[in-house]
Design a protein around this ligand. Structure first.
Ligand code: ADP
Ligand code: SF4
Ligand code: MG
Length: 287
């Protein structure tokens, strides 16, 4: 029931911020939304619920008592139902088991039938170097994934790893890619790098999100931009992104770059001489 969407991306790249603003924008537009944090940091839904304490699913499971939905969820801005899967015990556990346990519990609690969400967003730590974090795209939990990336190499590297995972699991019923959310954008160079990356990998941009002080200031209030600064240009950027993701049915199996290919591609961009006014004006070799 509802569209289930996974949002991946390198740690610190802006997954939780972006996902929460998408949830808030969808809620504002009248949709019923659930956001499930699948990052062991358990801070995915902070700005939807004013930073208030919310026990994680894994912590509650560990206590062993019978769990009710109210114990592990809280309604945040616009009625968005906030849930944090929580993390494994450091040195012991598997994040994938955590996500799996959380989703199983939510199914046992009949959450999706009872809440009848229009959208369920999974905010997943996305380096996908391990099977654990691939669970949402691998086991039929979601049928579509997006990746948040800046123009930084390590962020694109993580995006490329997600593409590899999608490529591997899509033939056996795994999720496909809805697009790349280009975060922390400034016009010019940053945008061109990400544009080139999506072209090379057969993917597309779901939206460009500027780097903005509005994001940081709203976060200091424990709020999304949609809630704290609803009239700002940044709020409209998130609304447009949310609309795109809500409507997009153009899902693809990406063509990830091989390791050497990715390195050469990055080096090529490193070689370019760039002028803020006129864009790329040459390569290091040519000058
Ligand atoms: P992740 O969930 O990927 O680890 P977060 O969403 O927690 O990353 O973001 C990390 C930090 O970057 C946060 O402090 C957030 O406010 C900031 N941030 C993310 N996106 C933007 C943006 N577009 N403009 C300004 N700050 C941003
Ligand atoms: Fe850790 Fe990933 Fe292995 Fe799970 S699959 S134990 S999260 S490395
Ligand atoms: Mg996060």
């Amino acid at each position: 029931i509802g569209k289930h969407i996974a949002i991946y991306g390198k740690g610190g790249i802006g997954k939780s911020t972006t996902t929460s603003n998408i949830s808030a924008a969808l809620a504002e537009a009248g949709y019923r939304v659930i956001q499930i944090g699948c990052d062991p940091k358990s801070d995915s839904t902070n700005t939807l619920r004013g930073n208030n304490y919310l026990p994680t699913v894994l912590d509650s499971l560990r206590e062993g008592n019978k769990i009710h939905l109210d114990d592990i969820s809280v309604k945040g801005f616009g009625g968005v139902l906030c849930i944090e899967s929580g993390g494994p015990v450091p040195g012991v556990g598997c994040a994938g088991r955590g996500i799996n346990a959380a989703v199983n519990l939510l199914q046992e609690l009949n959450l999706f039938e009872e809440f009848k969400p229009d959208y369920v967003l999974y905010d997943v730590l996305g380096d996908v170097v391990c099977g654990g974090f691939a669970v949402p795209i691998r086991d039929g939990i979601t049928d579509r994934a997006y990746v948040v990336s800046s123009s930084d190499f390590m962020a694109l590297y993580a995006a490329n790893n997600l593409f590899k995972a999608i490529n591997k699991y899509a033939p056996t019923g795994g999720a496909k890619l809805g697009g790349v959310i280009a975060n922390s954008m400034k016009p010019g160079y940053h945008r061109e790098i990400v544009d080139d990356f999506v072209e090379k990998t057969g993917t597309s941009i779901a939206g460009y999100v500027n780097r903005s002080i509005d994001v940081q200031q709203s976060e200091l209030y424990g709020k999304t931009v949609i809630e704290a600064k609803p009239k700002s240009a940044q709020a409209d950027i998130y609304r447009n992104l949310a609309k795109y993701i809500a409507e997009n049915e153009n899902l693809v199996v990406p063509s990830p770059l091989g390791s050497a290919e990715l390195r050469d591609w990055a080096r090529n961009w490193g070689d370019r001489i760039y002028d803020i006014e006129s864009g790329v004006i040459g390569t290091a070799e040519a000058i």
